[in-house]
Design a binder for this molecule. Structure first.
Ligand code: ADP
Ligand code: DAR
Length: 344
C-alpha cells in the first residue's frame, strides 16, 4: 500500500472513510504493533472494498491500543460505546426470559447462536503466522475431540476434505468457505485452507469453526424456535472449551475479535424465520427490527439474500450489552415479528 493518505470514492460509506481523517492517518501511519501489524494492514480491507460497512480489522489485541485513534471513533460510532465504558458479560441462561415463541414451528425454521473467540496471548487472524495458525488448529481440535456426552463429535479439517463431505456441510449451513473478499484483503484467508476446519457433535447441534474470521466460532444451532435451549447448549460448550483454551478478553472491550463489530460478547443470535406477509412491507418490517436493535440478513450468510420470504434476523448490539441481553433483544423482536405476521 502506498504511503499516501487513501482517497475514497464519494460513494464510500464505510466507517473507515468516515473516521480516517488526514490527522488520524498522519498520527498512526508509521506505528506498528508487537506482531508487526501496521495501519496499512488494518485498513487494507476497506481500501480494497469501498462498499465495506466498517473496513478495518485488528491484527492483535494491541491494535486496539496502538491504532485507538481510528478504532475508538469506529467502536463508539458502531456500538455507541465510549473509551470510558466497560463491558459486562452475563452467560447465565437462568436470566433469559424466552419460552419458545413458535412451539408449532409455523414461522421459525431454525435458531443459531454463535460467539467468536480468539486464543489469549496470540495475534488475531490478520497477523497470525502460518505456524501459530496450525498450532491453534491442533490445540483446539484436540480439546474438542476430548468432549463427551451431547457435545462429543468429530473434527473435519477443510484441507483434504472430500467434495461429498464439503457439499453436505454446506447444505447443513455448517461450512464456511474462502472467497469473502473482505476477509481476503484483511489477510484472513492466507494459506487457505491450511489450519481451518469444522468440529460438530454427533447430533449436528453444536459446531466450532476453527480459524475463520476469528480463531474459534462456537456455534449452537437446531431446527425450530427453542431459543433458550440453543443458548443453554452454547453456554455449556463455551464453559467446557474455556477449561482448555484461554480466550483473549479485556475489561474494556470484552472478548477480543478481529472485526470491531464483534467485540464484547462477540455474539450473534439469529433465527431463520418465514415472514412472507410482513416482508411485503419492508418499512414496517424494518421498524420492528430497528426498535429491537436487530439486523436483517439473507439466509446464506452475511451479504446474501433472503429466499422464499425467509430471513435471518439477529441482534445488532454486541458490545456494552451482555450475552443474555443479546439473546433477549433477538427474542423480543421475534415475538413482535410473529405477532405482526399473524395479524396480516
Ligand atoms: P456469522 O457471522 O454469525 O457466522 P453469517 O451470516 O456469515 O454469520 O452465517 C454463517 C452461516 O450460518 C451461514 O451459512 C448461514 O446460513 C448460517 N446461519 C446463520 N443463522 C442461521 C440460523 N438461524 N439457522 C440456520 N443457519 C444459520
Ligand atoms: N465486511 C466487513 C465486515 C463487517 C462486519 N461483518 C463481519 N465482521 N463479518 C465490512 O466492513 O463490511
Amino acid at each position: 500500500m502506498s504511503d499516501k493518505f487513501p482517497i475514497f470514492p464519494k460513494e464510500c460509506k464505510s466507517m473507515l472513510c468516515k473516521h480516517l481523517t488526514q490527522e488520524v492517518y498522519q498520527g498512526l501511519k508509521d506505528k506498528k504493533t508487537v506482531s508487526g501489524f501496521t495501519l496499512a494492514n488494518a485498513i487494507q480491507s476497506g481500501i480494497d472494498n469501498v462498499d465495506s460497512g466498517i473496513g478495518v480489522y485488528a491484527g492483535d489485541t494491541e491494535s486496539y491500543e496502538i491504532f485507538a485513534g481510528l478504532f475508538d471513533p469506529i467502536i463508539e460510532d458502531y456500538h455507541g460505546f465510549k473509551t470510558t465504558d466497560s463491558h459486562q458479560s452475563n452467560l447465565n441462561p437462568d436470566d433469559l426470559k424466552a419460552p419458545n415463541p413458535d412451539p408449532e414451528n409455523e414461522y421459525i425454521v431454525s435458531t443459531r447462536i454463535r460467539v467468536g473467540r480468539n486464543v489469549a496471548n496470540l495475534p488475531l487472524g490478520p497477523a497470525i503466522t502460518r505456524e501459530q495458525r496450525k498450532q491453534i488448529e491442533a490445540d483446539v481440535s484436540g480439546s474438542l475431540s476430548a468432549l463427551t456426552g451431547s457435545l462429543a463429535g468429530k473434527y473435519f479439517p477443510i484441507e483434504g476434505m472430500s467434495a461429498e463431505i464439503s457439499k453436505q456441510l454446506i447444505e447443513d449451513h455448517f461450512l464456511f468457505k474462502a472467497g469473502d473478499r473482505f476477509l481476503q484483503s484483511a489477510g484472513l484467508n492466507r494459506d487457505w485452507p491450511e489450519g481451518r476446519g469444522i468440529y460438530h457433535n454427533d447430533e449436528k447441534t453444536f459446531l466450532v469453526w476453527i480459524n475463520e474470521e476469528d480463531q474459534l466460532r462456537i456455534i449452537s444451532m437446531q431446527m425450530g424456535g427453542d431459543i433458550a435451549e440453543v443458548f443453554t447448549r452454547l453456554v455449556t460448550a463455551i464453559g467446557e472449551i474455556e477449561k482448555k483454551v484461554p480466550f483473549s478478553y479485556s475489561k474494556h472491550l470484552g472478548y477480543i475479535t478481529s472485526c470491531p463489530t464483534n467485540l464484547g460478547t462477540a455474539m450473534r443470535a439469529s433465527v431463520h424465520i418465514a415472514l412472507p406477509k410482513l416482508s411485503a412491507d419492508m418499512q414496517a418490517f424494518q421498524a420492528i427490527t430497528d426498535k429491537h436493535h436487530l439486523q436483517i440478513r439473507g439466509i446464506h450468510g452475511e451479504h446474501s439474500e433472503s429466499e422464499g420470504g425467509v430471513y435471518d434476523i439477529s441482534n445488532m448490539r454486541r458490545l456494552g450489552v451482555t450475552e443474555v441481553q443479546c439473546v433477549q433483544d433477538m427474542y423480543d423482536g421475534v415475538v413482535e415479528l410473529i405477532a405482526c405476521e399473524k395479524s396480516l
